[in-house]
Ligand binder design. Structure first.
Ligand code: HEC
Ligand code: HEC
Length: 246
């Protein structure tokens, strides 16, 4: 009990200055528009503290996940299925726990997310995904105006997104900020639209505030830029680990 309280506090602190506004049940914001970002469900808290068993995670992944996310966890370039390879273990656990508890809507995946037995299985599959390198060939924006859009997207990204998602798109493991480098362009765009439009229930309130002012064309530009982050030069030893350039 005492230990789980410490974890709750750590999670609250991890949410940055929004933490001050966050009640113990994880609700953020004021009045009826209260928004749930990181509801500290017992399963999530437990999974975040358990060491994952990579081999057990591999077996579950192959049985329940790879049919959609693919054996190398590269997802689908058309953006329908996200890339999971190399994502921070904390982010995988948070998203899985949120999907399992219905905080993040994901009807396609719901029956499969439910196959994972318990908090230990969440930690295991996250540990396994963390061992996979991030492929560098994420789907890019292909329009004729790509160069202009990517440059514009960088200006917007550097203004309000970089402090959490980092200049190289690596996110922050301890704060549950996702790695976005290596993600497919269309998946990034769809998630941004859903987060801005309030359709993805579990998003960080500061992120919602940051993204609220952007129109669809601007989000498209940001997604086009973010998708290029996987192609930046990186050392083999960087964390998360990127696959060697082919
Ligand atoms: C039937 C296909 C399907 C199966 C099987 C499936 N997923 Fe998914 N998964 C999806 C889709 C589709 C999304 C994206 C949903 C959205 O657009 O919000 C997703 C999203 C995710 C996310 C969120 C990623 C992010 O970047 O936000 C995680 C984590 C995830 N899946 C893990 C798993 C794991 C682990 C398993 C196996 C236990 C699994 N999935 C099985 C289809 C599937
Ligand atoms: C306060 C930190 C913060 C800021 C600022 C922020 N984000 Fe996020 N972002 C997050 C978190 C945390 C998530 C995961 C949401 C969740 O908990 O489900 C996320 C998710 C995302 C995703 C979906 C990733 C995935 O794998 O599903 C995209 C794309 C994204 N952010 C882009 C942006 C853009 C563009 C901006 C700037 C306009 C921005 N973010 C600003 C913290 C932040």
């Amino acid at each position: 009990m005492y230990k789980s309280l410490i974890v709750v506090i750590t999670l609250l602190l991890a949410s940055g200055h929004a933490g001050a506004q966050m009640a113990a049940d994880g609700r953020v914001g004021s009045g009826s528009k209260a928004h749930e970002w990181n509801v500290p469900t017992p399963e999530k808290l437990k999974a975040l503290t358990l060491p994952g068993d990579v081999e057990a995670g591999r077996q579950d992944y192959q049985a329940y996940c790879q049919a959609c996310h693919l054996p190398n966890a590269a997802g689908n370039p058309d953006g329908s299925i996200p890339r999971l390879a190399g994502q921070h273990t904390t982010v995988i656990i948070k998203q899985l726990a949120d999907i399992r508890s219905g905080l993040r809507a994901n009807p396609t995946m719901y029956p499969f997310a439910g196959k994972l037995a318990d908090a230990q299985a969440l930690a295991d599959v996250a540990a396994y995904l963390g061992t996979l390198c991030v492929p560098r060939d994420s789907a890019q924006y292909q329009g004729p105006d790509a160069a202009r859009l990517i440059a514009y997207g960088k200006v917007l990204y550097d203004k309000q997104c970089v402090q959490c998602h980092q200049p190289n798109g690596d996110g922050v493991k301890e704060k549950l900020y996702p790695l976005i480098a290596g993600q497919h362009y269309q998946y990034l765009l769809r998630q941004m639209l859903e987060i801005r439009n309030g359709q993805r229930g579990n998003s960080h309130p500061d992120m919602i505030r940051a993204i609220a002012g952007y129109n669809d064309a601007q989000l498209l530009a940001i997604a086009a830029y973010q998708a290029t982050l996987s192609t930046q030069a990186r050392s083999w030893a960087s964390t998360p680990r990127f696959c060697e350039a082919s």
